[in-house]
Design a protein around this ligand. Structure first.
Ligand code: ADP
Ligand code: ZN
Length: 655
């Protein structure tokens, strides 16, 4: 029996498997087909990389992103693993050389795009290689139901027939059942073991803030997180462009990324972000799968996403390394109206689906329940605990107050306006009447003569908007999903108006103004040393022309800046330090730490250590320094359930 744990430490420097990795690797080693659904950051690569090292032969990894292959192969090589890739970026002689080595069986892993693998000539050549496994990464690209459908992936259907004896592993982070079934069917997986991990990302904090002054809010958010990288998602190319320009002018290095850019411009933005030359990418949803950057610390949604699936995938790009990641959604009713307007041009069936998805998204944004639980419920997963301690609603439960008087004013204004004009108006018009705005729209309709004109002038427009949202949430008014977003009293609203019953409202909270930051997954360390190690890492990465994370992850650096290893033997115990990296970088880092300590003789035993006693050090990865309770919650249970297709055996990992 192979000792998987020591192989994990030796090659990758990790102390523990993440949920389901061990089971997946065991099945792969036993020659089974495997279907692995792990969220972003769940550690999918390891599932095929470790088996590739533990047996003879070649593992072929199919990946849709040519731009990423080099980085992945660089990371493997830095860990001392013989891997290569073939794609159009190589010149003829380089490709010929790699073929020669492949024929000699010199590689354990080969990365390829599907269109190359499926070339007839290529498959013939490949028959001579001792292929022990195909790993299909981003397997959802094969499905037309998914959002990343790639026609080239369809050819992979022929793989099974050409290589009937070679097991296939399909990997994806897709959350929808329909796409999962499609993958199983199209790749013709044989009695596969299906692994579905929990989609909970405990190290991500979810927050929603009322969008009042979007740019100022975003700038403030980024400024208060100096040195951290993040993504700002926006709805249009134009917003992405102007945001990048404005942020740059305000002293934050930012690059735009959207489908309207030339391919080389997109690659450049991505590279700059990856190599920390740009701290922020302002992007449309075109910026997706390729972001293999493990230390994205925040994802801001400047505009309302179209659906929860997309929102989950986009926020999922934060905190892949297991350290804290913050997800902030800026939300106002205007964004909903804007999206509804775009829908008008679509065919009716599409409109219907899009409206339903948007409704789910809005209800996520408006909920007072735990956001994590709400997200997980959407993907069919129950979050067991009553509080996640890591979303705005759990961290800062909002106070309620007796809002009967303003609510009555609002409801009766909706009623009066309609009574007067015979049809309904939008929320902004209602607020204009309440606050006594002297506008043409108000005068023209005689709404300045209503008894409700000016009765709400003591309350600001923003506060009225919040009250409007509250009344919608309570089901007392309803906003028409059509073009004009008009508001009407619901039967419950009419009843409340008549009976004058007490109406409790929640207080307006702007999480941006509350500095309290939850940091599940945080590793407290000596920030000054961490900075110095970052500079060293950067230099080593630049010398080798690779992204910084290829040298060491932030987790490794933070652990170094917490335990100050000054002996190579101690350094070897740092998470992420495998045999090869120890040999290559051990002495350089130990020397840097030693020199830091001689510059700061009083360091050891001060804040970094006291914040987290060493004997309480949890395993690395997702579990890092989460509270005991979180860790217990994280300890996952396996439950078997039926999936049925192709004789599949399903293992589900819950939180
Ligand atoms: P995915 O493709 O599922 O998003 P990756 O394979 O890119 O995830 O892994 C995400 C990060 O987690 C990487 O930085 C990787 O080194 C790290 N990682 C993977 N497995 C482990 C583990 N068992 N312990 C610690 N870190 C891990
Ligand atoms: Zn919560």
């Amino acid at each position: 029996m192979l000792d998987l744990a020591s192989a994990l430490k030796q090659h990758f420097g990790h102390e523990q498997f993440r949920p389901l990795q061990r089971e997946i690797i065991n099945d792969a080693l036993n020659g089974r087909d495997v279907f692995a659904v792990l969220p972003t950051g769940g550690g999918k690569s390891l599932c095929f990389q470790l088996p590739a090292l533990l047996r003879d032969g070649l593992t072929i990894v199919v990946s849709p992103l040519i731009a990423l292959m080099k980085d992945q192969v660089d990371a493997l090589r830095t860990a001392g693993i013989s891997a290569t890739f073939l794609n159009s970026s190589l010149d003829r002689s380089e490709a010929a050389e790699r073929f020669r080595l492949l024929n000699r069986g010199e590689y354990r892993l080969l990365y390829l795009a599907p269109e190359r693998l499926m070339l007839d000539g290529f498959l013939d050549a490949a028959l001579n290689w001792n292929i022990t496994q195909f790993a299909i990464d981003e397997a959802h690209c094969i499905s037309e139901w998914g959002h990343d459908f790639r026609p080239e992936y369809r050819d992979l259907k022929k793989l099974r027939a050409r290589f009937p004896g070679v097991p296939i592993m399909a990997l994806t982070a897709t959350a929808t059942e329909r796409v999962r079934h499609d993958i199983l069917k199209q790749l013709k997986l044989r009695e596969p073991s299906c692994y579905v991990a929990s989609f909970n990302r405990p190290n991500l904090t979810y927050r929603v803030a009322p969008k009042t002054a979007a740019y100022r809010q975003t700038l403030e958010f980024i400024r208060t997180r100096p040195g951290e990288s993040g993504i700002v998602y926006c709805a249009s190319r134009r917003t992405a462009e102007t945001l990048a320009q404005k942020l740059t002018k305000d002293g934050i290095s930012a690059q735009a990324y959207h489908a309207g850019l030339q391919a080389h411009e997109r690659t450049r933005s991505q590279e700059m972000f990856l190599r920390d030359d740009a701290r922020v990418v302002t992007a449309t949803i075109a910026f997706g799968m390729g972001i293999n950057k493990p230390n994205v610390r925040f994802v801001v949604h400047y505009d309302l996403p179209k659906n929860i699936e997309g929102y989950y995938q986009e926020t999922g790009r934060a905190g892949r390394d297991g350290l804290p990641g913050e997800c902030l959604l800026l939300f106002n009713a205007g964004d909903v109206a804007k999206q509804l307007r775009f829908l008008d041009e679509k065919p009716p069936r599409e409109q219907e689906i899009a409206r339903a998805q948007l409704r789910e998204m809005v209800s996520y944004a408006e909920t007072r329940d735990c956001r994590r639980a709400t997200l997980l419920r959407y993907f069919g997963e129950e979050f067991g605990a009553t509080s996640c301690d890591n979303c705005d609603n759990c961290l800062e439960p909002r106070d309620t107050f007796d809002g009967t008087i303003p609510a009555q004013k609002f409801l009766s204004c909706v009623h009066r306006v309609r009574e007067r004009s015979g049809f309904s108006f939008g929320i902004n018009h209602i607020i204009a009447v309440l606050t006594g705005a002297d506008t043409e729209a108000v005068r023209l309709r005689g709404h300045n003569e209503l008894s409700t004109y000016r009765i709400g002038r003591e309350i600001s427009r923003t506060a009225w908007q919040a009250i409007g949202r509250e009344l919608t949430r309570l089901g007392l008014i309803a906003v028409d999903p059509g073009k004009f977003s008009t508001v009407e009293l619901t039967p419950a609203g009419r009843e409340a108006l008549k009976s004058r019953r007490t109406i409790m409202l929640t207080k307006l909270a702007d999480p941006l103004e509350k500095p309290a930051r939850a940091r599940a997954g945080q590793i407290n360390c000596d920030e000054e040393l961490f900075e110095r190690l970052r500079v060293l890492r950067r230099r080593l990465a630049d010398e080798r022309d690779v992204p910084a994370y290829v040298i060491f992850s932030d987790v490794s650096l933070r652990e170094m800046a917490r335990s100050y290893p000054t002996q190579v033997a101690d350094f070897a115990r740092i998470p992420g330090v495998g045999q090869q990296k120890l040999k290559q970088f051990g002495e350089i880092f130990v020397a840097e730490i030693t020199s830091f300590l001689s510059d700061h003789p009083h360091t050891i035993g001060s804040p970094a250590e006291s914040s987290e006693p060493h004997n309480d050090t949890p395993a690395p990865g997702l579990h890092l320094t989460a509270s005991r309770r979180d860790r217990a919650r994280l300890a996952f249970h396996l439950a078997r359930c039926h999936f049925g297709e192709n004789g599949a055996r399903v293992v589900r990992g819950a939180q």
